[in-house]
Design a protein around this ligand. Structure first.
Ligand code: FAD
Length: 467
């Protein structure tokens, strides 16, 4: 049993929320201890989330582009997929970021403790480390313990053919028939990858559209493409049972269009994530954790216990890395005695599918539900020279502006690189830009970014007809 360590700021969890908070607190002069149960930093995002999925999606994009350009006169041979090499390359991407984080921790003289932490009071945690249990006391703590994939207890979760997103990212094999349960962002990104690698994909979704929460018109181009590419897209359909059999997993369905049952070589369950709030001994510190496992916080990221903050997936939706990092900075700044608060006007969402879908601010569905009066423009990428020269015409850029003030309320894009393009819309919203501001901003030609300018011109009346 080591002697008790003391820290001014203790951060529990080394994901994008936790390491950002730890770095910021150290930069502001605090003596910081960062506790992470795994030997590497980066959390879900860097190890089994955002980064490995994007590395694999890049491969998928290259495969599809090579196929698509055949009709334009450029022929490649059939791609040879060496999944061992791809897996190693994907791991190397994460590793270089892991190493970078380790260097930044050292540089800042952050005390990094590998182990699983649990609160024992509002000023102490107990950490189970490979060398034994350590007690660490602290003045202030920032909880950044993240989330885990939702499981359905009645499914055969120990069967190797039943995957969560972490299993899917391991890329152990490419199943012949893969069922994706859940047509949300994570499920569809994995569908994109395995489809490109040769799996026959079926997607089953409970709601009446894929990517529930995103406007239907933005989802439509992806939905149409998926219907052509994938074996099945079953909407308004529920999986009622999964039974292991010698020849695969037998899945039973209930709903529109799906068969009563079918057999798959693997099934990826991607139906959401659960916060880790109930797994950190929060009760010993008196921290409120709600029924679902989220920890409620105020705008300063403070929990109900004054010296304890919480950030990232564990405090609520949307469960996104850029939200976690932003909250991490706020918590660290408040802990260091600065005036700070989480007051972002929007948190953008991106599906890195093909085409990509990105949206921010008020959605059209929300505007209608809340009876907010808006002007809308939808610019079709079929009229964008850059899009056509990429061989793509299915995209659209949509802008909603306030009917009275003209200020941007929300925007969405679907098409290649939509995830990069949405950043301009986020800045416009944060700066209180109106349609004139955007329309009068010179966008470089020919770029996809012009579509955002053109949509604004449609709203302010500069473009009346598409030429
Ligand atoms: P996490 O990243 O979950 O980190 C929490 C850390 O705390 C982990 O390292 C964990 O080991 C550690 N921990 C937990 N409990 C303890 C304990 N008791 N003691 C010590 N350590 C502990 N988001 C995006 O913004 N863009 C994307 O493209 C994107 N793609 C994704 C793809 C997939 C497949 C998945 C699963 C997620 C994706 N996400 C994406 C979501 C993103 O990964 C999360 O929102 C983000 O990682 C949350 O950060 P966090 O710091 O709150 O928690």
């Amino acid at each position: 049993n080591d002697a008790t360590l003391h820290s001014e700021v203790l951060v529990l969890g080394g994901g994008p929320g936790g390491y950002t908070a730890a770095f910021r607190a150290a930069d502001l002069g605090k003596q910081v201890t960062l506790i992470e149960r795994y030997p590497v930093l980066g959390g879900v995002c860097l190890n089994v989330g955002c980064i490995p999925s994007k590395a694999l999606l890049h491969m998928a994009q290259l495969i599809h582009e090579a196929e698509d350009v055949q009709s334009h006169g450029l022929k490649f041979g059939k791609p040879e997929i060496d999944i061992d090499k791809i897996r190693a390359w994907k791991a190397s991407v994460s590793k270089s970021l892991n190493d970078g984080l380790a260097g930044l921790v050292k540089q800042r003289k952050i005390n990094l403790v590998q182990g699983t932490g649990r609160f024992t009071s509002k000023n102490s945690v107990e950490v189970e480390t490979p060398e034994g249990v350590k007690t660490i006391t602290f003045d202030q703590a920032i909880i950044a313990a993240g989330s885990h994939p939702t499981r359905i207890p009645s499914f055969p979760n120990d069967d190797e053919r039943l995957w969560d997103s972490t299993d899917a990212l391991e890329l152990k094999q490419v199943p012949k028939k893969l069922l994706i349960v859940g047509g949300g962002i994570i499920g569809l990104e994995m569908a994109t990858v395995y489809h490109a690698f040769g799996s026959e994909i079926s997607v089953v979704e409970l709601m009446d559209q894929i990517i529930p929460g995103c406007d239907k018109d933005l989802v439509r181009p992806l939905q149409l493409k998926i219907k052509k590419q994938y074996k099945n897209l079953w909407l308004e359909t529920r999986v009622t049972a999964i039974e292991p059999q010698a020849d695969g997993l037998k899945v039973s369905f209930e709903g529109k269009g799906a068969p009563e049952s079918d057999i798959f070589d693997a099934v990826l369950v991607a139906i959401g994530r659960r916060p880790n709030g109930k797994l950190i001994g929060a009760e010993a510190a008196g921290i409120t954790v709600n029924e679902q496992g989220f920890i409620p916080v105020d705008k300063q990221q403070r929990t109900n216990v004054a010296n304890i903050f919480a950030i990232g997936d564990i405090v609520g939706n949307p469960m996104l890395a850029h939200k976690a990092a932003h909250e991490g900075k706020v918590a660290a700044e408040v802990a260091a005695g600065h005036k700070a608060g989480f007051d972002a006007l929007t948190i953008p969402s991106v599906a890195y599918t093909d085409p990509e879908i990105a949206w921010m601010g008020l959605s059209e569905t929300q505007a209608k539900q809340q009876s907010i009066e808006y002007d809308k423009a939808v610019f079709p990428w079929a009229a964008s020279g850059r899009s056509l020269s990429l061989g793509r015409k299915e995209g659209v850029t949509k802008i909603l502006c306030d009917k009275q003030t003209g200020r941007i309320l929300g925007a969405g894009m679907v098409g290649p690189n939509a995830g990069e393009l949405i950043a301009e819309a986020v800045l416009a919203l944060e700066m209180g830009a109106d349609a004139d501001d955007i329309a009068l901003t010179i966008h470089p030609h020919p770029t996809l970014s012009e579509t955002f300018g053109f949509a604004a011109e449609m709203i302010n009346g500069t473009i009346t007809d598409l030429y």
